[in-house]
Design a protein. Structure first.
Length: 107
């Protein structure tokens, strides 16, 4: 971005669409935007990324969203440091916390 645009954004704030796109989202806010509610996608927790576990994620296998599309339950296979932790489908815990990102994370 040009320095003029950056200066305008710093002075007047970013437009709502930019703020919404960059804001942290819960697991269910990410999944409800995807085809088949995100079944087959990979998601990771930002806390794992902050600690350096860049190849740890969940492969989503099943999603039940409530009617408000902000709550529900999700199941998947947990991959820890690139390997399946147990290889079994388990409930994804902490889905309502606003710290989820699609995996692989692009800088």
């Amino acid at each position: 971005m040009s320095s003029v645009v950056n200066k305008i954004f710093r002075t007047h704030g970013y437009p709502p669409i930019v703020r919404a796109a960059n804001s942290n989202k819960s697991l269910f806010q990410h999944l409800n935007l995807l085809k088949d509610n995100g079944v087959g996608t990979k998601v990771t927790i930002t806390k794992w990324l902050d600690k350096g576990y860049k190849d740890s994620y969940y492969l989503v296998t099943k999603v039940n969203l409530r009617t408000d599309l902000q709550h529900g339950k999700a199941w998947g296979v947990k991959y820890w440091k690139g390997r399946p932790e147990t290889g079994k489908v388990q409930e994804i815990r902490g889905g309502l916390k606003f710290n989820w990102k699609p995996w692989p994370v692009r800088s």
